[in-house]
Structure formats: structure tokens, C-alpha cells
Design a protein around this ligand. Structure first.
Ligand code: ASC
Length: 166
């Protein structure tokens, strides 16, 4: 449909904005209507964590000198972690508060600002690691890697019931 009328366009825009506001205002602890159920959010975030661990583990072994350093492989793993990091917070929908089969503390949903800050720290640290990994210089990579691990741990300390460090 071609909208010629300026007022009609702005009326539609206002209606769309209103609809958006209604959605965000009602998105408390209930699962999104017609959207993922709480257990799906839990599964999603656990899969994200599995993928992060899958890529982060071998990097840890390399940084510790327990595995040979392959710069291309390392850079790929770092890029993957940086791509996955922004998906973490997405999995902690308020509807998952009180969910079973999770190690996530419900504090996440009462202390959301802190949780989001820590999640953002992981995004920042992992993006930096991915950038530095491109240099192939282990003396620069190592501190960037440690900072990323620290960001993982900072959130686990606060919001994870048990950290197996696996
Ligand atoms: C890992 C892993 C974590 C983090 C964390 C860092 O390799 O599995 O959960 O690093 O131990 O503090």
C-alpha cells in the first residue's frame, strides 16, 4: 500500500509505537504469547553456554601451554565466543524465574541491572579477545583471554548456583 497522506502515515506510526509499548509494558514474568516457553529459553541459553565452553575450553588449554597454539584456530574460536556472548542475556527471560533444571539463581530477575552489566562485560571482553586474536601475538592474547575468563567467572560467582569450572 502506498501511503500518500502524511497524517495517515503518522497515525500508523503512532499506533505501531503504542503497540510496541504495550508489548514491553506487559512483558513481565510471563512467557511471550505464542513465543518460546520458559523451558525453551532455558534450553536455548544452555546451548549457548555449551557452544561458548566448546570454543573457550581449547583456548584455555592453549593459553596455559597445554595445547599447541594454532593462530587461525584460536582466532576462529575467539570470534565464535564474541558472536555468542550477546546471546547469553537473551536466554534469561523473566518467565524462567523459578525454572527447574537450571543453575541460574533467581537473583538474576531481581538484580537485572547487575546481571545485564556483567553480561555486557563479557561482550566487551570477548570482542576485545577476538580483535586481539587477529594479531597472533600471545603476549597480547593472554591478558585479553584472562579478562574474558574473569568476565565469565564474575557472573558465575553472583548468579550461578554451582560453578564446576568444567
Ligand atoms: C571456563 C569455563 C568457565 C569459565 C570460568 C572462568 O573455561 O568453563 O565457566 O572459564 O571458569 O572463571
Amino acid at each position: 500500500m502506498l501511503l500518500r497522506s502524511r497524517s495517515l502515515k503518522s497515525a500508523l506510526l503512532a499506533a505501531a509505537l503504542c503497540a510496541g509499548m504495550t508489548v514491553s509494558a506487559t512483558a513481565h514474568t510471563e512467557a511471550p504469547a505464542g513465543g518460546p516457553k520458559p523451558e525453551h529459553f532455558v534450553k536455548y541459553r544452555q546451548q549457548v553456554f555449551n557452544l561458548i565452553r566448546w570454543n573457550f575450553g581449547p583456548m584455555a588449554a592453549t593459553v596455559k601451554g597445554q595445547a599447541p597454539y594454532d593462530s587461525a584456530r584460536f582466532a576462529t574460536q575467539a570470534a565464535r565466543v564474541a558472536a555468542l556472548a550477546p546471546m547469553v542475556a537473551e536466554g534469561f527471560h523473566p518467565s524462567t524465574k523459578g525454572a527447574k533444571k537450571t543453575e541460574a539463581k533467581d537473583d538474576i530477575y531481581t538484580n537485572t541491572a547487575e546481571f545485564n552489566r556483567l553480561a555486557k562485560d563479557l561482550e566487551t571482553a570477548s570482542a576485545n579477545l577476538a580483535r586481539v586474536a587477529q594479531t597472533g601475538k600471545m603476549d597480547q592474547i593472554k591478558p585479553a583471554f584472562m579478562a574474558t575468563g574473569k568476565a565469565c567467572g564474575a557472573c558465575h560467582d553472583k548468579f550461578k548456583t554451582e560453578d564446576h569450572h568444567d
